[in-house]
Write a protein of this length. Structure first.
Length: 375
């Protein structure tokens, strides 16, 4: 008796694919189509605003929100520099004088009269776009400031995610089974891609966005948190480019699920190295850092992009590596020891063949429908 089950390519090693590299702001690209590039090569330069700071003038001056604006020394939309006088409240002979100086260089962008909060946008700064990969330039989009590069990568296929393609240096927060709370998200990780453990909390994501972190890779996520990020959907159309200001790839599924050994071990080799994450596609690209990879890139003919999202299947047999996708033992991986083709009556009242799987911890019996083959 045959038992077709879903086949998932979780890790694809040394494949040639296309990666987009984009300027962070308005600027110029300095490459040409067909050009070979190396990881440390500057392929463009842009001027970008890297963030802002909120100053609560009302609280700092000890006045009502509506009064805060009249104590500003500088006008809105003016530049101000670190240490320069920002606001002054003159005191009386009994005291009460308040002086506020600018904590950074920036532009006084907006004052909220309801809260008394002042938004100080940092001044634009020059930002070089590094290639990050050994590759060949296939396409240049000067309007969007994007370069499409053909390169050899190890591709990790997550289960789902959210957010456009973003790049950064990978930093591993801890063990693969740890929960990622907001205390683990440090300001020093700005512009990094963070890999965490079994669950990323919503407040951790909010903290990561405010710290300028590029991406997060985790084993699991709460379904309600994901729905909030994905426009109220658990599954949304592949063509929809959803983005909340950070790119997230979930490798295993909903709930607290540790990242599988197959993915965790490969990502661990990229600690401190450049990677690319595409949340909307649920993909992590790990570029080759060998110049010899250019030989394969040059000789590989890439197929046209296809939007075929149908599942591949494979016949189940003893010895195959599988992953549990049912509620019980969700995320566990192991090898098939035996297949019982006789239907067994489950407590739910459903009759189904059972498969015996040996994991790193124990042997378990599961319905065929609760498994997928992984390569």
């Amino acid at each position: 008796m045959s038992h077709p089950v879903p086949l998932r390519l979780r890790v694809e090693k040394n494949i040639v694919t296309r990666i987009k590299r984009a300027l962070d702001g308005k600027g110029n690209l300095n490459v040409r189509i067909g050009q070979q590039i190396s990881p440390d090569e500057i392929i463009g330069t842009a001027a970008s605003v890297v963030g802002f700071r909120i100053i609560n003038l009302s609280s700092e001056l000890g006045v009502s929100p509506k009064e805060a604006g009249k104590f500003l020394v500088k006008k809105l939309n003016q530049r101000i520099y670190t240490g320069e006088l920002l606001a002054l409240k003159k005191g009386s002979f009994l005291g009460g004088k308040k002086i506020i100086t600018s904590p950074s260089d920036g532009i006084l962008e907006f004052l909220n009269p309801e809260t008394g909060e002042l938004k100080l946008s940092f001044l634009p700064r020059k930002r070089d776009l590094l290639s990050g990969v050994y590759g060949i330039v296939d396409q240049i989009d000067k309007v969007r400031g994007q370069v499409t590069v053909r390169a050899m990568v190890t591709k990790v296929n997550g289960v789902f995610g959210t957010g456009k393609q973003r790049d950064g240096v990978l930093h591993i927060l801890g063990r693969k089974d740890e929960l990622i709370n907001k205390s683990a998200i440090k300001a020093e990780f700005g512009e990094y891609v963070l890999m965490g453990g079994s669950l990323i909390f919503k407040d951790s994501i909010s903290t990561a966005i405010s710290q300028g972190i590029k991406g997060i890779i985790s084993g699991g996520i709460n379904a309600d948190d994901y729905k909030a990020m994905a426009g109220g959907r658990l599954v949304f159309p592949k063509k929809l480019d959803n983005d909340i200001g950070i790119s997230i790839v979930v490798c295993e599924g909903f709930g607290a699920v540790p990242i599988g050994d197959d993915i965790f071990e490969i990502l661990s080799e990229y600690e401190g190295k450049f990677i690319s994450v595409d949340g909307n596609k649920g993909i992590i690209n790990l570029p080759s850092f060998s110049s010899a990879s250019l030989n394969k890139v040059e000789t590989t003919q890439l197929p046209e992009i296809q939007n075929d999202n149908s599942l591949s299947t494979i016949e189940l047999k003893v010895g195959l590596k599988v992953r549990v996708i049912g509620n019980s033992y969700f995320g566990e991986q192991g090898k098939i020891l035996a297949i019982n083709n006789t239907s067994t009556l489950l407590l739910s009242g459903i009759r189904t063949p059972l498969v015996t799987v040996e994991t790193s911890r124990k042997k378990i019996q599961l319905p065929v429908a609760n498994l997928e083959v992984v390569l």
